[in-house]
Design a protein around this ligand. Structure first.
Ligand SMILES: NC(=O)c1ccc[n+]([C@@H]2O[C@H](COP(=O)([O-])OP(=O)(O)OC[C@H]3O[C@@H](n4cnc5c(N)ncnc54)[C@H](O)[C@@H]3O)[C@@H](O)[C@H]2O)c1
Length: 357
């Protein structure tokens, strides 16, 4: 049996404790990993995680932690504006890296991170976990089997009615890079691009609005934020053109007057279409014309998959077997480049052309 992968985690906040450390604990019981150390600048978060997950080696300075030879791979779960430096430093220390989404607050930082991974010759995965659900995996198999034909249009929505986060750095542009577009839009955009085969974007048009976040007295169903420090959009819409002629429309909100929260994507193909709600396998449908009639296919018996568990397990397997990671840094960077272009288009009021890097 191969040696367990030595894991270190930076940022023992919400996502670190809720999904990543529990997943590693399970893999540790199976002998796949050993959790070597954890780090957080917040001592309360660090000691809570240490007690909960039985990790005794704790650090408040990740650069000291990276000196440990037993660490093979680093998991970066810090806020968006603190993805860049820990990732660069982890590669410099010769470690493999998985980094929470979005890759970075902009494509300049993201490109440097991807380049550092290449220079170090190490694996680099972005934690875009939505694709790992059983609905997305099943629809991907339909696409790969040619059942949808050529996908020429997609419609991706990540919309909340009243979901402005009342905690963390989600409402601060300098720390997040943006609002709902970069926080939840990133998931539905990656999912849709992945199902479309990651076509090459050539231009984007975007618009953003701040209609709720800076107002006093707006209902806070996800906690209460401070309108005085709110600097991100609360609604964004975009339209992306690809080199192969396909197009994608995208909408994302933290707050909007609409009937219900929406987190889904629709694919329009020449041989079939698909409607996919990643968090609701039962709602997924594939639409085709078969034997002279229109058919709607429901996907029965899809297993429940813990998407964070699945992504981390595949990352660990890629390190153990020296195989490609399922969500490479390059795909995270493509998403970040599109987001940058959408924000630029919104700022300038023009279409933004995207050139190949
Ligand atoms: N994939 C998903 O579904 C999902 C869900 C939630 C959050 N996230 C992502 O995870 C990241 C963290 O989000 P969160 O909600 O856990 O935030 P959080 O604020 O709860 O946790 C972040 C932690 O990082 C720590 N930290 C900050 N700078 C540090 C540094 N230099 N060294 C060590 N620790 C440091 C903070 O003290 C905090 O404890 C974000 O990028 C977010 O987008 C992903």
């Amino acid at each position: 049996m191969k040696k367990p992968v030595g894991i270190a985690l930076i940022g023992t906040g919400y996502i670190g404790q809720k999904t990543h450390l529990p997943a590693y604990l399970k893999m540790q019981e199976e002998g796949l990993v050993e959790i070597i150390a954890i780090c957080d600048i917040d001592e309360a978060a660090l000691s809570a995680a240490s007690a909960k997950f039985g990790v005794t080696r704790t650090f408040t300075d990740y650069t000291q932690m990276l000196e440990l030879d037993e660490i093979d791979a680093v998991d970066v779960c810090t806020p968006n504006y603190r993805h860049h430096q820990p990732v660069i430093d982890s590669f410099a220390a010769g470690k493999h890296v998985i980094c929470e989404k979005p890759l970075a607050i902009n494509a300049v930082e993201g490109a440097a991170m991807v380049a550092a991974g290449h220079a170090a010759g190490k694996k680099f995965q972005v934690a875009l976990n939505t694709r790992f659900g059983s609905g997305p995996q099943a629809v991907k198999r339909f696409v790969e089997d040619g059942k949808l034909g050529e996908i020429y249009y997609a419609r991706a929505h990540a919309l909340r009615r009243r979901g402005i986060p009342g905690w963390g750095t989600f409402t601060q542009k300098d720390k997040q890079g943006g609002g709902p577009l970069i926080d939840i839009g990133v998931h539905i955009l990656d999912l849709t691009l992945w199902l479309m085969g990651y076509p090459e974007p050539v231009s984007v048009t975007g618009q953003t609005y701040v209609k709720f976040g800076t107002r006093e007295g707006v209902l806070g169903l996800a906690g209460q934020w401070d309108p005085k420090t709110y600097t991100v959009e609360d609604f964004a819409a975009g339209f992306i053109r690809f080199a192969d002629g396909a197009t994608l429309s995208l909408e994302s909100s933290f707050a909007a007057n609409l009937a219900e929260n929406q987190f889904h994507t629709s694919l329009f193909g020449t041989e079939g279409g698909a409607y996919l709600e990643p968090a609701n396998e039962e709602a997924t449908r594939v639409f085709r014309e078969e034997s002279g009639t229109l058919t709607d296919t429901a996907l029965a018996f899809l297993p429940k998959i813990m998407t964070h568990d699945a992504e981390l397990r595949e990352f660990v397997q890629a390190v153990i077997n020296d195989t490609p990671v399922p969500v490479p840094g390059e795909e995270g960077l493509m998403v970040t480049r599109i987001l940058d272009a959408l924000y630029l288009s919104a700022e300038t009021g023009r279409e933004v052309r995207m050139t190949r890097e």
